[in-house]
Write a protein of this length. Structure first.
Length: 221
């Protein structure tokens, strides 16, 4: 692609090309090791052309993070409730793992790279994350209400435990750290079922939630 070819492309096509190139570079090299000049070189534009679309590298990341979380949220929020409360909760964890397989670059960028800017629902751009989290907490609370989990269980803690196991196995799969012959799908299924069994048995949890967590506020009121 010519260095100034972007001038003749529709705005959204050029923006998409920049995001796709940045995503590939961020995941391959690490966010901290990629510059605007690197992104410009990959798409064949001048650095100045990139800045006309995104004020900074952080803004490129935030656009990609928003896409990634919206893709993940769409898989979670699209899941209708069934009569099986425990099965529905297990499915939320499985869908996170499925996301790591279907969208490995977005997963790696938003969950595995420790050097990226922090994002959260406190930012207006990411306010939609609150709806996703509320939906997930409601699935845990349903298990509490139906007597499957102890009444004292914090929904946020339960989700942390479920998702931590899935994130760990997904990261091992993506980094090729599993032993030959190990099936990551089976590992995830076992991790989910074991975590849920522990929660049902009333296994002690040692997590102390900060007061900023909705679950902590509800418990202390």
């Amino acid at each position: 692609m010519g260095r100034h070819a972007g001038r003749h492309q529709p705005h959204e096509t050029t923006r998409r090309a920049i995001l796709d190139a940045a995503l590939e570079l961020f995941v391959a090299n690490g966010y901290a090791h990629v510059s605007i000049r690197n992104i410009a070189s990959k798409v064949g534009y001048s650095p100045g052309a990139i800045y006309s679309y995104f004020p900074s590298k952080d803004d490129i990341f935030l656009a990609l993070a928003e896409e990634g979380f919206r893709k993940l949220g769409a898989t979670q929020l699209a899941m209708p409730a069934t009569p099986d409360a425990l099965g529905d909760l297990a499915d939320t964890a499985w869908r996170l793992y499925a996301f790591s397989k279907e969208q490995p670059q977005y997963f790696a960028l938003v969950f595995l790279d420790r050097r990226v800017p922090r994002v959260g629902p406190e930012s207006e751009r990411f306010a939609f994350i609150s709806a996703i989290k509320a939906n997930l907490r409601a699935r845990v609370q349903r298990c509490v209400d139906e007597g499957f989990f102890p009444a004292s269980l914090h929904s946020t803690v339960a989700l942390r435990l479920l998702w931590a196991a899935v994130l760990g196995i997904a990261s091992l799969r993506l980094s090729d750290r599993l032993t030959p012959g190990e099936d990551p799908d089976d590992l995830v299924r076992d991790a989910i079922s074991t975590t849920i069994a522990g929660l049902r048995a009333g296994a002690a949890t040692h997590v102390r939630l900060p007061q900023s967590c909705p679950d902590a506020k509800e418990r202390s009121s």
